[in-house]
Design a binder for this molecule. Structure first.
Ligand SMILES: NC(=O)C1=CN([C@@H]2O[C@H](COP(=O)(O)OP(=O)(O)OC[C@H]3O[C@@H](n4cnc5c(N)ncnc54)[C@H](OP(=O)(O)O)[C@@H]3O)[C@@H](O)[C@H]2O)C=CC1
Ligand SMILES: CC(C)(CO)C(=O)C(=O)O
Length: 315
């Protein structure tokens, strides 16, 4: 059996969880860390999960990419606000025939990765997971865990299901991570943005959990209207979402455990928001296609104000 080596770039809520699951399943995983490096090097990772708690007392931990071996699959799980580091981080750790798997929210991040490693070496991924890092090397997995993968091609042309996606899927299944393969990464990204744009944005502007947003008829309507605008931008790119998709997303959120989005957690911790990847880039995509999205534009403007002010306030 061919075994692929994995690198996790950003061992936080998402990277810590998926990387630990892959290692637990017997795969070779190398973890890049920042502030938690010393702790994780000596104590390993702890995962508290609704699927079962586990610890990995020993992991291959690094704080310098030049110490890491080049890997077959390099998984990026930094916040997009740290992607400016990738031109330095990526080149030493991707094998010549390796691939970069981008597990981040948002739109139009893959082209930035393709500029660094080449267009044929990028797979995009969407994570359907609720997970937080609650202490050094300590991840709390609250709900869901599925990953959807799609090949990136220039201008997000549909890339079909490649052999390497199927190989990665085998590893993820072995690690008991539910995985779906998408023939069209852009369609998958728009579907996810139907959820992320309203809830991530409104959770910050309204200072609210998902259940609070859903309970009030006005903010529930606003959520549906924002979703409608996202669907309209996707249509501008010839990606047509199912007619009942908005209803499905509202229904799905009604059934979710009350949830504070990652953008709200970042805001409360005075960390920069993933505003450009999640809302700014889709807004630019709407402008480029001449699609009118007044509510998304206003949400972006409000968040830009809050984010800028939040960065200047002393903690
Ligand atoms: N959390 C979730 O449930 C979900 C998250 N996502 C998306 O997944 C992506 C990752 O999010 P998430 O895991 O929550 O974020 P986290 O902040 O939990 O993880 C990012 C990690 O990157 C590390 N990091 C930052 N700078 C460096 C560096 N220079 N070198 C090495 N590591 C570094 C951080 O370490 P340190 O703190 O020490 O700087 C942190 O542990 C985002 O795009 C998010 O939107 C998508 C779906 C759900
Ligand atoms: C809907 C949710 C919360 C998990 O599926 C998500 O996609 C996210 O936090 O980005």
């Amino acid at each position: 059996m061919v075994t692929r080596s994995y690198a996790i770039i950003g061992t936080g809520a998402v990277g810590g969880f998926y990387g630990a699951k892959l290692q637990k399943a017997g795969l070779e995983v190398h973890f890049l860390l920042n502030r938690d490096y010393e702790f994780v090097r000596t104590q390993g990772l702890r995962i508290d999960s609704l699927e079962g708690n586990f610890t990995l007392p020993q992991v291959q931990a690094y704080n310098d990419v030049h110490q890491m071996p080049p890997c077959d699959v390099v998984i990026i799980t930094l916040k997009t606000t740290h992607n400016y580091l990738l031109p330095q981080l990526l080149p030493p750790i991707v094998k010549p025939d390796g691939v970069v798997l981008l597990l981040q929210n948002g739109l139009n991040v893959e082209p930035q990765i393709a500029e660094i490693v080449g267009e044929k070496r990028v797979i995009g991924g969407l994570c359907f997971i609720c997970s937080n890092k609650v202490g050094p090397g300590h991840i709390q997995h609250i709900d869901y865990s599925a990953v959807h993968l799609g090949e990136y091609q220039d201008q997000y042309q549909p890339g079909g299901i490649s052999e390497r996606m199927q190989e990665i899927a085998v590893d993820f299944q072995r690690a008991q991570i539910p995985i779906e393969l998408s023939e069209d990464l852009m369609l998958s990204r728009w579907k996810k943005l139907v959820w992320n744009i309203p809830y991530n944005g409104l959770s910050v502007v309204l200072d609210a959990r998902t259940d609070e947003i859903m309970a009030n008829p006005e903010t529930r309507l606003l959520t549906a209207e924002l979703m409608g605008e996202v669907v309209a931008i996707a249509s501008g790119y010839n990606r047509h979402l199912p007619k009942n998709y908005i209803e499905l997303m509202l229904d799905h959120t009604d059934k979710m455990k009350p949830y504070l989005t990652s953008m709200k957690l970042d805001y409360d911790a005075h960390r920069p928001l993933e505003l450009e990847a999640i809302i700014g880039n889709p807004l630019q995509a709407a402008i480029a296609q001449g699609v009118n999205v007044p509510k998304i534009k206003m949400l972006y403007q409000q968040l830009k104000f809050l984010d800028t002010r939040n960065q200047t306030i002393l903690r």
